[in-house]
Design a protein around this ligand. Structure first.
Ligand SMILES: [Mg+2]
Length: 199
């Protein structure tokens, strides 16, 4: 099974760091704490005159590199790979890419090891990537194609209205993904049988 895993707010805790920094700058009252943020994206919580300040935070040198991992994410991703799932980190770089792109790689190297950086896919259109599944917090993933992957929603307060398969936390990835892994394996063995039968 080939599984795409988003980076921000799935592996790395983007929102918490932004929220903490905006609070430190005196903007505590504008956005609810991350556990109660019911709208997406984060920018929607702040008035237009503060968007420049917000952008200054996430474009700053060191921001993406230093994001803390989401609880259980690093261990879960390592477990998935060791159990035969072909995991690729599929992440959308910000347009001001200079610090973001390199630091996303640095983050993966630091937390998952240098070899894992070869599993990275940076794209601003995830619909054109082929895979069996995509674990992503974004409630509305759009692009130039109808995606063939199944969206597994990584639970965040702003995506609770999205129906379908949902991963509520990394510690229960086997319960959520197990049936999918088996389903893909069954498809493969069915194909193998057809090919083996000479059809
Ligand atoms: Mg995300």
């Amino acid at each position: 099974m080939l599984l795409l895993v988003d980076q921000d707010n799935v592996l790395a805790d983007f929102t918490r760091v932004i929220y903490t920094e905006m609070c430190a700058r005196g903007h505590r009252e504008l956005a609810p704490p991350p556990a109660k943020q019911s709208t997406y994206p984060l920018e929607d919580h702040y008035p237009p005159e503060l968007l420049g300040e917000l952008k200054a935070i996430y474009t700053a040198e060191g921001f993406f590199r230093s994001l803390p991992p989401i609880e259980g994410a690093v261990q879960a991703v390592k477990e998935m790979v060791s159990e035969g799932i072909d995991v690729r980190i599929c992440t959308h770089p910000i347009q001001a890419y200079r610090n973001c792109v390199g630091e996303k790689y640095e983050w993966v190297e630091r937390h998952l090891g240098a070899a894992f950086t070869t599993r990275m896919i940076l794209t601003r259109d995830k619909t054109i990537v082929t895979a069996d599944g995509l674990i992503d917090d974004n409630p509305d993933i759009t692009g130039s194609r109808t995606p063939i992957w199944r969206h597994i929603v990584f639970d965040q307060p702003y995506n609770r209205a999205v129906a379908g398969l949902r991963l509520k936390g990394w510690n229960n990835w086997r319960a959520v993904l197990g049936p999918m892994v088996l389903g893909v394996s069954r498809r493969v063995s069915w194909t193998d049988r057809i090919l083996g039968a000479g059809f």
